[in-house]
Design a protein around this ligand. Structure first.
Ligand code: AMP
Ligand code: ZN
Length: 137
């Protein structure tokens, strides 16, 4: 797709430090790592967002992310791994081409997600939201 930076990486129009590739997916180092060693798993074909991505491709992306996670644990001695996938600018997505972040984590890496857990006003508020979701499935 024109003007998509990740499509340009797939087409080798711009460089990337590739870790793995096959017919469906490409894995390369994120140039702005949350933790050094942070990798991105992308589809070779342009899809976005997750809801428009075929199930088979999503499965492939996540199985590949699992392999990269194992490689980070074996290769870097990572103690844990965050696997993340953002959709939409409201969710912090910067590149609108499906990709899975695989971020190695170390007990002493000092990184903290701003995971600010909120509270529902009451049980009914949560239940109404659950009802809305159930209706859509
Ligand atoms: P997201 O916010 O989920 O869309 O993540 C996009 C990610 O792509 C960010 O972590 C960027 O650091 C990364 N990124 C953007 N351009 C490049 C590039 N040319 N090579 C490698 N990573 C990139
Ligand atoms: Zn693209």
């Amino acid at each position: 797709m024109r003007d998509c930076i990740f499509c340009k990486i797939v087409e080798k129009e711009i460089p990337a430090t590739v870790i793995y590739e096959d017919d469906d997916v490409l894995v390369f180092m994120d140039i702005g790592p949350i933790i050094k060693g942070h990798a991105l798993v992308i589809s070779k074909k342009h899809y976005d967002p997750v809801t428009e991505t075929p199930d088979e491709m999503l499965a492939k992306l996540h199985v590949t992310a699992k392999r990269i996670a194992q490689a980070q644990m074996n290769g870097f001695g990572a103690d844990g791994v965050n696997i993340m996938q953002n959709n939409g600018t409201a969710a912090g997505q910067e590149v609108p081409h499906i990709h899975v972040h695989v971020i190695p984590r170390f007990s002493d890496d000092g990184h903290h997600w701003n995971w600010n857990a909120k509270k529902y006003n009451d049980f009914d508020e949560m239940k109404k939201l659950a009802d809305k979701l159930r209706e859509q499935l």
